[in-house]
Design a protein around this ligand. Sequence first.
Ligand SMILES: Nc1ncnc2c1ncn2[C@@H]1O[C@H](COP(=O)(O)OP(=O)(O)OP(=O)(O)O)[C@@H](O)[C@H]1O
Ligand SMILES: [Mg+2]
Length: 576
Amino acid sequence: MLELQDVCFAIEKEGEEVNLVDHVSLRIPRGHFMAIVGPSGCGKTTLLKTIAGMNAESGGQLLWNGKNLSENDFEPSELGYVPQFSIAYDPLTVDESIEAATRLRCKTRNAEDLDARIDKALEETGLTAIAERPVKVLSGGQKRRLGLAMEMVSDPKLLLCDEVTSGLDPRSERDIVKLLHTLSRKEGRIVLSVTHSLAHLELYDSILVLHEGKVAFHGPPDMLTHYFSVKDTEEIYPRLSTQPSERWQTSWLKHRAAYEEKINILRTRLMKEGELQVPEIKEGEEEKDVRTPSAISQFMTLLSRRWRIFFRDRGQVFLQLAIMLCFPVLVALFSDKANQPIRSLSDIKQSNMEIEMKEQQSVRQDTMKAGSAISGIIMFQVVLLGLMGSNNSAREIAGERQIYEKEKFGGLSPTAYLASKVAFLTCLVVAQSLWMAVFVNLPFFSPFDGEFGQHALFLLFCNASMTAVCLGISAMMKTAEQASLLSIYLVGFQLPLSGAVLALPEKIEWITRPFISAYWSWSGSIEALATSRNQAVEMVISTTLSNQETCIYLLSLHVAVGLLIAWIGAKRHQWD
Ligand SMILES: Nc1ncnc2c1ncn2[C@@H]1O[C@H](COP(=O)(O)OP(=O)(O)OP(=O)(O)O)[C@@H](O)[C@H]1O
Ligand SMILES: [Mg+2]
């Protein structure tokens, strides 16, 4: 039994409290199928979210089988919430989507148990025949079924559906309503379905009409037109606007008991006729809860799903490969000058003073040219790796935020989620940075001429720090577009603020420098060069360099801060 007693959900508006859900009281028995209808903006979604616990009630209380929900939340497996948006990834198949949902939500005993759950969810939602089809080719109705199937894997005892029929043709709409009806007939499951549509209301056990957050009616569907004194259900919304919501609420409270009684009589009849089966919960015997899997198991599921999505998306794989292979080639193309050996004065022995001075000047000029080319090419590398970093992670969380929020609500651990992102991105970062380091240190092409390991380490840290910071941005932003834009700005500002090209005023330099990973990667890489090249660079730059340890320390700090921000962002609730 789900019971709402004077439940309110209020927001602050211009210094005043406004109730979006206003003193809603309901008693919904097990095995009940209820529609929540009302004009757009009347608070249907808000009420559903308040029941689900996504909105904390500001007044009243919610009881679930006698337990106060403000003290004991639903177990993630007890509750299914089907939002209006698709919660599946386009490149996966129906079967793979349901399998991932099962692995994330239910602790299964063995492979048979897992398969049985997947098969049951497919069967219940009529998806068995199209189990191998990719999500991206599914029709609107099939996608809604998939959304339902992904919730059904944990056998929820309360299923909340928000507009799962909107945008469907009348036949698909009826099919989905019938499916929801069927799901409420067994196992005592309560199904609450928010809908815009006033068609097929006869399939529900009761209809809740909301008006400006208040209950205007709750009773059997065949009493709806009578209650509102209209001929057709379509006339109900215009009728609602004829008097203030307070009046509707007051008159409803007068009739409430009588209509609840009618709902009960109907329910008893259905149970007698065997149309509704509600298994008894014997006293002292709690319903068997499905347990949430461990964070490690969720991590493994997410990581394998991430790789699968990556390899299915050919465009993504091609882009990654193109960036990885072409960026080092770009560096090679521009590094002709930096590749020249540095001439040293000790090679030159001239008897004539004038010639010797000229030679000295020429060597100095060549060295400065080489130094400037080396500094430039290292900065070019650093900026390209920064770009790769932002491309790696800017969309990673923001691009799937709603799906993630949905999965988190279903029991996914944010730590497991973030760890799977870190593991996936680490592979990209290592592959990209090492390939860049190997390519630019090939024997035929060695402008760096220093310790390979140290050079590779700075490239790795450069990429890792930008990837981690952009992952943090991705976790904080609402949309992938916002996250991408901010990340690109971040990379764009690295070059001017690094001091490698333009010297900054000292006061500004000391404020901005700690945040500029390009400076630390550039400075560290120059310090890792062979001595003669390092001296050549130092001849031309006006910016002071920092030693390698400081650079590594600062870059590690960037990685740590990026991950911390990502973790805070991932923990935060960000429902639309
Ligand atoms: N967090 C919030 N802050 C401010 N206003 C909100 C918030 N959530 C909802 N609202 C407002 O509350 C009202 C009810 O919103 P809700 O989404 O519940 O309506 P609805 O009945 O589901 O509408 P629709 O049928 O269009 O989906 C709307 O006016 C909406 O703008
Ligand atoms: Mg809504």
